[in-house]
Unconditional design. Sequence first.
Length: 304
Amino acid sequence: MYAGDCGPVVAGRAVPRARHNWQVTESIPIARAVDHGFAKLMPDVDRERAWLLTVDGAPQSYVDLDEPEHLEFEYVRRLGHVLDGIGEAGRALDVVHLGGGALTLPRYVAATRPGARQDVVEADRGLLELVVERLPIPEGAGIALHADDARGWLEKAPEGSADVLVADVFGGSRVPAHLTSLEYAREAARVLRGDGVYLANLADSAPFGFLRSQLANFAQVFEELVLIAEPAVLRGRRFGNAVLVAAHQPLDTAALARRTAADAFPARVEHGVGLRKFIAGARPVRDADAVASPEPPDGAFGIG
């Protein structure tokens, strides 16, 4: 079921749309306890209807309601570059998003891929309700919201039902352990169609034990792997985000490298021999041994 006049669906029930214009136009900070922390929506003084979402002080999402194609966070822009290169430009896609935040990428896909059907899975029902209330989704956007655990929802999803699966799930500032195993990677592959693409936002630092294990997991399941990150992160100079891309079909890495190199903070696209060297020696991680991603150092993702 997808969003219509009744509003987006959260775990099978409609969430009413905001009833008052001030809820989405007046630029005042909003703070509320949600199921898994304390959320704040803070207006951007430079963009009239743009908002930053934080949970327990950690930046989660940035949304411009007037310009959903604007992707503020660098790692989100890299995810957008990958999405833009999937299939023919503008073709409608079936997309699953694990992790919701303020629905930045679902709004982006709805704007750039008219007719797309999207499922967003977010474990924090209170956060979903806050976002729908204060930053409502446009009518007819084709976005269905599910208040559910990402892995549990994925295991119930039909086989071969998605063109794209985007994983951006953090419990606090760490990827939960049950989303870091080989069994999870196999579930992701099962839900994707044969030409489908998996994308994930991960974070790590040298010596990259976590990141290399994730690549080893997906190398067991997919033929093609790509890693996108800033050179300083890949050289081990600092903790940071890395975008993992996995597919069965070859990816246009040359076009992707051009897009990421043109960003304000250029990123490097690693694949082929270079990526195999990066993974060398890393082993897949099973459910029984899976651990959450490493805790970021203080200030790694703070707001300046």
